[in-house]
Write a protein that binds this ligand. Structure first.
Ligand code: NIG
Ligand code: FE
Length: 401
């Protein structure tokens, strides 16, 4: 396929650029008035219209006139909990009435509520309930996503979730990475210690299905010591991606970096020590402004991270309790509006750095010859600033998967 008359080709990166940090995150390659070719699902070339090979031997079906629209890499959403059963809209009223995330959880709502619902839901039904959410995300421009377990909270139901995630990955044309989040909350019927041990024991089987391991390392959930034990059990099997510093300064960032985590996520509550721990590491700090928005939590200090020379990714955290939306364009807009990222910084956070945070940046996240053609073509008139600024107006003409 050859796409021509592209108004703006955005997100061009050289081969081998796997993430962007510090001031680099504020830059991206742009070509105006361009063409791009795709063969067997991969980008095979691009350039200015003056060099367009469009008049050679292209049939009508394989030639697409972009009519001046912007072509950009699709969104790479590195943190979601999109496989869940039922809904938690009942807790929405509690939240409106002023109860905090922790208070709702303490009253039997929260993660354990989702876990009870999931326990009563068959594997087939769980797949059928989750797929429309994934399809909605793809329609909104997500081309690669990570999905976590963590509502099973016993060996049988955790593995059920991981199988559903695998099946979703086999059913959609997007890239799907899977994370074992057995340590999301203490499962019903276990003591805290027994459950940590059970999660460690689940590891070898989970590793057959998952790509990564996650622990909710935060106040009221799992301690730094629990996290270290679980990551020890995962050593050589699954690389960590850690939930850290959402509810408190938890020490989760440091333990994540210590165990070579690919990402540490949330980071609503961080200081200088967390920034220092991340410097020089391969760990991508990942912020989830959709959950700050929904829960009324502080936003991550994205500017301070960038000013310290770090890169950041942004992800949706799509889940029924803290972020019931997988709209990455809105995430990008929140990055600009509430975290004072420039549109290009936010764009890189939801594309290349998001891809890095799930080990996919050799394949996704930028316009680079050889990468998968997971792309968004916009209607005419859009650019990277406008999609974040005019954040509710439909902008997508077509998503390439
Ligand atoms: O990333 N913080 C922990 N886990 C999810 C919320 C899960 C839930 O409430 O169902 C999160 O926000
Ligand atoms: Fe999460």
């Amino acid at each position: 396929m050859l796409i021509h008359n592209i108004g703006i080709l955005a997100g061009i990166q050289p081969e081998g650029q796997l993430r962007l940090e510090g001031t680099e995150q504020g830059c991206t390659g742009i070509l105006e008035n361009a063409w791009l070719s795709i063969t067997d699902g991969r980008i095979t070339g691009f350039g200015p219209m003056a060099t367009c090979p469009c008049h050679s031997d292209h049939s009508e079906e394989s030639l697409l006139d972009a009519r001046g629209g912007m072509l950009m890499p699709g969104f790479c959403d590195s943190h979601t909990h999109v496989v869940y059963a039922g809904s938690r809209d009942g807790e929405f009223l509690d939240k409106i009435n002023g109860l905090s995330y922790e208070e709702i959880a303490a009253r039997g709502g929260g993660i354990l509520n989702s876990s009870d619902l999931l326990h009563r839901t068959s594997e087939e039904e769980l797949y059928r309930e989750s797929m429309p959410r994934v399809e909605e995300m793809l329609g909104k421009g997500t081309v690669a996503l990570e999905i976590k377990s963590g509502y099973g909270l016993n060996p049988e139901d955790e593995l059920k979730m991981l199988r559903v995630i695998r099946r979703i990955g086999q059913s959609v044309p997007a890239a799907v990475k899977s994370t074992f989040l057995g340590a999301h909350a203490v499962g019903r019927g276990y003591t805290h210690e027994d459950y940590v041990r059970a999660v460690m024991e689940m590891m070898p089987e989970a590793a057959q299905l998952a790509d990564f391991v996650d622990v909710f390392c935060d106040e009221g959930f799992f301690t730094v010591e629990d996290t270290a034990h679980i990551l020890e059990a995962a050593r050589g099997l699954l690389r960590p991606k850690i939930h850290a510093n959402e509810l408190a300064v938890s020490g989760g960032v440091q333990v994540g970096v210590q165990y070579g985590a690919l990402s540490v996520d949330h980071l609503e509550r961080t200081g200088e020590a967390e920034i220092q721990a991340l410097q020089g590491s391969a760990t991508m700090p990942t912020m989830l402004p959709g959950s700050s928005f929904f829960l009324g939590l502080p936003y991550g200090k994205a500017r301070e991270f960038l000013d310290a020379g770090l890169g950041i990714a942004l992800a949706s955290d799509y889940n029924p309790g803290s972020s019931p939306s997988g709209d990455m364009r809105f995430v990008m807009a929140l990055g600009c509006i509430r975290m004072r990222l420039t549109p290009v910084e936010a764009f890189n956070a939801v594309t290349l750095n998001g891809a890095y945070a799930m080990g996919l940046s050799r394949e996704y996240g930028s316009i680079t010859v050889g990468k998968r053609a997971g792309l968004i073509l916009t209607d005419p008139g859009w650019d990277l600033t406008k999609i974040a600024y005019q954040y509710q107006t439909p902008f997508i003409r077509r998503v390439f998967l």
